[in-house]
Design a binder for this molecule. Structure first.
Ligand code: GCW
Length: 682
C-alpha cells in the first residue's frame, strides 16, 4: 500500500505486544495550544496518532492544563510555566530546541518555542516507535539555525534533476489546487527538524511572482505552518525587467538603481502580505546563464544586499549561493573552475548585510562523488555560511543506485580547515560557532515529487532522513542515524537492520569505486543528463570538470608551484598537505596532482591498476546487494521488498556497465595491461 512510502519513517507500525507490557502509557495528552495552525496542536495530534499506531491505544487530546497524573503535556516552556508554575532546572535551549522529561508517570515535552515542542514530540515518538522506553530526560537544540531544503521545482510542474515524479507544488504555471502532499511533506520534514522549504527552482521563473501565484504561495505556507515549516522563495534577479509578475516591469534590474530597490521592496511587501512568516529568499545570480548584478558591473554583495534590506523588517534572510563560475577553456593549464567561489567571494567578506548567509556547495565543483571541502568555508569570517548538500542523487546514480550519502557529507562536515592554525571544523563554521555568528545553515537540494515513495526509491529516503538529523547535529554517526531510519521505516528485526546497514554503508564506497576514484570526480556523462558512464565527456567542455587524461598521464594539477594554484586557497596547514604529493591522500590524488598512470600510490598500487581494481571491487560489491536484500524476504512487506529488489538488480547490472565502460576507456587510452588480465583481450 502507498502509505508505506508516503509516511516515510513516520509509520508508527505496531510494536510486538510483549515488548511493552511493562510500560505505563499516558492516559491523556494535553497540548498547550488549541489553535489548529499551531505546531503544539499538531504535536498533540501526532502523539495521539503514534499511540494509536504503535500500541493500538486511543489517547485523547485536550488543550486545558490539568494536574491529572499520568498525562503527557506538550507545549512551550513559557506556556507550561503559566499553567504549572516556574520550572526548576529547565535547561538552556536555543531557538527550536526541546526538553523531554518525566515526573513519575507524567511526561513533559517542552519546546523553547512552538516548533521546538513539535520537534520534541517527534523525538519522543521516534523513541517509542523503535521500542526504546529508556529514560525520558533529554534536552536538545539545533546546531544550525537555518535547516532548509531547496526544491528545484519548475512552474510547469517538472523538477530539474527530479527522479521522483512531478512537482507537488506546481503544475501548468500555477500552484496546484490540492496541496495535500505539500502538507504531508511538511510533516516529514518537521519530524527531522527542517524549518524551511524553498519551493521553486534556483533557476527561477519570474511567474512565481504573479499575483495569482503569490496567493498560491500563501496557500502553500498555510499547509506548512502547522508543522512549523516556513516557506522560502527563490528569485530571478531580472524580475523587475520582465513581465509576468505582480508589478509591471521597469526596464532595468540594476541593483543600485532606486527604481529597482523600490520594485523589490514593494514585491517583498506583497509576498509578506500573503506569507507573513516567510523565511527569506534564495538567490542564484550570475551563474549558468542566470542574470545577476555583474551584468551591471555591480558586485555580488550589491546583489545580495538588494534583497536583504527589504527582508530585514520581516526578520527574513537571504541565502546567497556561492555557486558562481564562468565557462573555461581546457587549453589553459591554469584555468580552474574549482577556484571560482573563493575568487568571487573572498574580497566581499564584510560587505554583506547582517541577514545574508552565503550558501556553499560542499565541494568546489558540483556534488561529485569525492571532492575536497570547499575552501570558501575558510575564507569568509565576517559572513555567516551554510553548507549545501544534495539529497537528489544528481551525479550519484539518480536514485536508481543505492548511495547512502552521509559518510560522504561527513568527510566535509568533520573536515578541519585549520584556519589560523586553530581547530576549524566545517560543522563548527556553519553553526556560527567558529567565527561567532548567530546565523548559519545546513541545506539540502531535495527532489521529492508525486511518486508515492517521494524520492522515487524507498532506500533513497535514508538520505533525506539523515540530512535532517545532521542539520540538527552534525556530530552524529551516519550508521546510528541510518539504523534509526531502518527501524522506523521497516522494522527492528535484526536481519532487516543488519542487512540494510551493510548495503547502505558499503554503497558510497562501491559507487565511488565503479564511477570515479582517486579524486577524479564522477565520470558520468556531464554534457547530457549526468547519468551513466561517459569518461570522454569530461574533456574539452567549458564546465571545467576535467580529468586531463591522456596516453601517459592523468589528473588536474592544482598545486601552486606548477598548476592552477587552487591549493593556495586553503589555510597553510591544509595548503601544505595538498600541495605536496606525498601528503595528499590517495582518494584526492587526481584532484590535486597530474601524474603518470604508472605513479605509485601510498597503497603501493599504480594509478592505472588502482582504476582497474577499484572498478571490479565496486561492481562486485554492488552485486552483493542483491543477495543481501534477499535475506529480507518475508521480513518486510512484499511491496517494498519487490520494489527494492528490482532496483538492486538494476544497480548490480548497471555497475557492470560502469566498470567495463571505464576500464576499457582507460585501457584503450593507456595501453597498459591489467595485472590480473581482466581488461581488454576479450
Ligand atoms: O549541479 C548543477 C545542476 C543544475 C543546477 C545547478 C545549481 C539547478 O546540474 O541543474 O541548477 O547545479 O546548483 O544551480
Amino acid at each position: 500500500a502507498a502509505e508505506n512510502g508516503l509516511n516515510a519513517w513516520l509509520r508508527y507500525a505496531p510494536l510486538p505486544r510483549g515488548t511493552y507490557s511493562h510500560v505505563s502509557l499516558p492516559s491523556d495528552i494535553i497540548a498547550l495550544n488549541s489553535s489548529q495552525t499551531s505546531p503544539v496542536y499538531t504535536a498533540g495530534q501526532e502523539l495521539a496518532k503514534g499511540f494509536e499506531g504503535i500500541f493500538g491505544k486511543h489517547v485523547s487530546v485536550s488543550h486545558k492544563a490539568s494536574k491529572a497524573s499520568s498525562c503527557l503535556v506538550v507545549g512551550t516552556i513559557d506556556e507550561y510555566e503559566k499553567s504549572y508554575g516556574k520550572l526548576k532546572n529547565a535547561p538552556e535551549l536555543k531557538d527550536d530546541g526541546y526538553w523531554l522529561s518525566n515526573k513519575g508517570s507524567t511526561i513533559q515535552i517542552l519546546g523553547q518555542n512552538e516548533r521546538g515542542a513539535l520537534y520534541g514530540a517527534f523525538q519522543y515518538l521516534s523513541m517509542l516507535a523503535q521500542g526504546d522506553f529508556s529514560k525520558v530526560a533529554y534536552a536538545s537544540s539545533p546546531a544550525t539555525a537555518a535547516r532548509w531544503v531547496n526544491q528545484w521545482d519548475n512552474m510547469d510542474g517538472s523538477i530539474e534533476r527530479g527522479y521522483g515524479g512531478a512537482s507537488i507544488f506546481f503544475s501548468n504555471g500555477l500552484v496546484v489546487d490540492d496541496l495535500t502532499r505539500a502538507g504531508d511533506y511538511a510533516r516529514i520534514l518537521a519530524s527531522i527538524g527542517v524549518n524551511t522549504v524553498v519551493v521553486n527552482n534556483v533557476n527561477a521563473n519570474v511567474t512565481t511572482l504573479s499575483t495569482e501565484n503569490i496567493k498560491g504561495l500563501g496557500r502553500i505556507a498555510d499547509v506548512f505552518r502547522p508543522y512549523g515549516v516556513q516557506l522560502g522563495l527563490s528569485l530571478n534577479f531580472a524580475a523587475p525587467n520582465t513581465s509576468g509578475t505582480a508589478i509591471p516591469p521597469i526596464g532595468t534590474y540594476d541593483p543600485l538603481d532606486p527604481k529597482v530597490v523600490a520594485w523589490w521592496t514593494n514585491m517583498t511587501e506583497l509576498i509578506y502580505d500573503a506569507v507573513p512568516d516567510m523565511a527569506g529568499y534564495l538567490v542564484k545570480a550570475d551563474s549558468e546563464g542566470q542574470p545577476g548584478p555583474l551584468v551591471y558591473n555591480r558586485t555580488l554583495s550589491d546583489g545580495a544586499n538588494l534583497f536583504a534590506r527589504p527582508l530585514q523588517p520581516h526578520g527574513g534572510i537571504v541565502m546567497f549561493r556561492a555557486f558562481v563560475y564562468n565557462l573555461l577553456n581546457e587549453s589553459d593549464w591554469k584555468a580552474d573552475r574549482a577556484k571560482a567561489a573563493v575568487d568571487f567571494f573572498k574580497d566581499l567578506d564584510g560587505k554583506f548585510e547582517d541577514n545574508v548567509v552565503i550558501q556553499i556547495k560542499f565541494g568546489p565543483i558540483d556534488f561529485q562523488v569525492r571532492e575536497p571541502t570547499s575552501p570558501l568555508f575558510a575564507n569568509l569570517f565576517k559572513t555567516p555560511t551554510a553548507i549545501e548538500l544534495e539529497v537528489a542523487q544528481e551525479y550519484l546514480g539518480q536514485q536508481c543506485h543505492l548511495v547512502y550519502l552521509p559518510p560522504l557529507w561527513k568527510t566535509v562536515l568533520d573536515f578541519d580547515l585549520r584556519v589560523q592554525n586553530k581547530p576549524s571544523l566545517v560543522r563548527n563554521i556553519i553553526s556560527g560557532e567558529r567565527f561567532n555568528h548567530k546565523l548559519g545553515g545546513t541545506v539540502a537540494v531535495v527532489n521529492v515529487g508525486t511518486n508515492t515513495t517521494w524520492l522515487g526509491s524507498h532506500l533513497a529516503m535514508s538520505n533525506l532522513y539523515a540530512f535532517g538529523r545532521l542539520a540538527w547535529n552534525a556530530d552524529q554517526d551516519p550508521q546510528d542515524i541510518l539504523q534509526d531510519w531502518i527501524r522506523l521505516t521497516f522494522n527492528g528485526n535484526p536481519t532487516v537492520v543488519d542487512s540494510i546497514t551493510q548495503m547502505s554503508m558499503e554503497s558510497w564506497p562501491a559507487y565511488e569505486n565503479y564511477s570515479g576514484n582517486l579524486g577524479i570526480q564522477t565520470l558520468t556523462d556531464i554534457l547530457f543528463n549526468h547519468y551513466g558512464p561517459r569518461a570522454a565527456s569530461q574533456e574539452l567542455n567549458g564546465y571545467a570538470q576535467w580529468t586531463r587524461a591522456d596516453h601517459d598521464s592523468v589528473g588536474m594539477d592544482r598545486t601552486l608551484k606548477n598548476g592552477t594554484g587552487y591549493s593556495r586557497q586553503y589555510p597553510d596547514e591544509i595548503y601544505n598537505m595538498y600541495e605536496n604529493i606525498d601528503t595528499t591522500p590517495d582518494n584526492l590524488l587526481l584532484w590535486f596532482h597530474h601524474v603518470n598512470w604508472t605513479h605509485q600510490l601510498h597503497s603501493g598500487k599504480t594509478v592505472i591498476q588502482h582504476f582497474y581494481d577499484a572498478h571490479y571491487d565496486g561492481s562486485n560489491m554492488a552485486q552483493t546487494f542483491v543477495p543481501t536484500w534477499e535475506t529480507l524476504k518475508g521480513k518486510i512487506d512484499n511491496e517494498r521488498y519487490n520494489d527494492v529488489l528490482f532496483r538492486q538488480t538494476y544497480q548490480a547490472g548497471h555497475s557492470l556497465v560502469w566498470r567495463d565502460s571505464i576500464v576499457n576507456y582507460f585501457h584503450n587510452m593507456t595501453s597498459i595491461p591489467d595485472k590480473h588480465g581482466r581488461v581488454g583481450n576479450h
